[in-house]
Design a protein around this ligand. Sequence first.
Ligand code: UDP
Length: 354
Amino acid sequence: MKIVTIIGARPQFIKAAVVSRAISSFPDVQEVIVHTGQHFDMNMSDIFFKEMCIPKPNYNLNINGMTHGAMTGQMLEKIESILLAEQPNWVIVYGDTNSTLAGSKLHIRVAHIEAGLRSYNMNMPEEINRILTDRISSVLFCPTEQAIKNLHQEGFKQFPCTLLNCGDVMQDAALFYANKAKCPDFSLPEHFILATLHRAENTDSPERLQSIIAALEEIAREMPVVIPIHPRTRKKLQELNFDFKQTRLQLVDPVGYLEMVHLLKHCSLVATDSGGLQKEAYFFKKYCITLRTETEWVELVEQGANIITGWRYEDILNNYKQLKHTTKDVFSSPLYGDGEAGHIIIRELQRIDS
Ligand code: UDP
């Protein structure tokens, strides 16, 4: 069986690390990796391949720095010629980026990993990518029961595709790499909040970005806030003349996954607008405040492990105050499978083909 894997952005490298490792234990499965080039810096791309032992991409398309449409269009064109040459049995795509959608457009069966998630916010480019990808995939590997429910609500039962709750490959990653964590090379306070911020809806709005940063600055008066800062967010802050020298926030360059695991293990709380980090907070038993107005990972909110704060200064501070003294253990339910998602995925593809 031959699989072409399309990846291009940081969260996809982390998910692909899990599945590529699973593939390597199936001698009759061959993987060809296509890196679209959406993320390309050392600390947004190369470090993940190196630290997580992801096989070197067979193709690197170097497509970045364009508008969404131009980027997706170029990816489609280049991926088409690769798929025609490689003739794989399956194309695997992950999550919700332009690379995900661009891998889904030919008459070769697509397996979508992290299918069925919905924020129900059509202003998010990610929501459009995931809806379109789900609709044209042959196998939808869902990370949660909620994702399956979402697809049922949209009538997927009538479509000629397979839906499977295989668990979340990010749970596999957290379990596998938990004892491989690496201490970052910057100094870390004993107690700190780990924050990340990069969603376009926050970074592209000066009002929202300034409000979130002001709230984090306020929180940092009593508990240090460490932020591995996404290149997009750094650029937007520079445009707003943010004073990087005067801030109380500890802004550091993006870190590799193994350092991130260290930060997750040692932080007191997570504040983020990332999708993946909300779950990782749960995996490492940390409360999370989500700097968005909705989440795809609703089970975390139902569980009481995550509070949706939105972007307004007062809301962030109020929710932080509510969570900072909470010690209740709400982290024991196995919401995201048992760390076997990677193997389940490859076995299912083999089963369908047998
Ligand atoms: N991550 C990382 N280094 C960082 C920031 C995030 O390794 O400096 C990891 C994080 O632990 C998670 C993934 O990147 O596994 C999440 O990616 P991101 O937040 O970029 O995307 P999203 O999950 O929102 O799609």
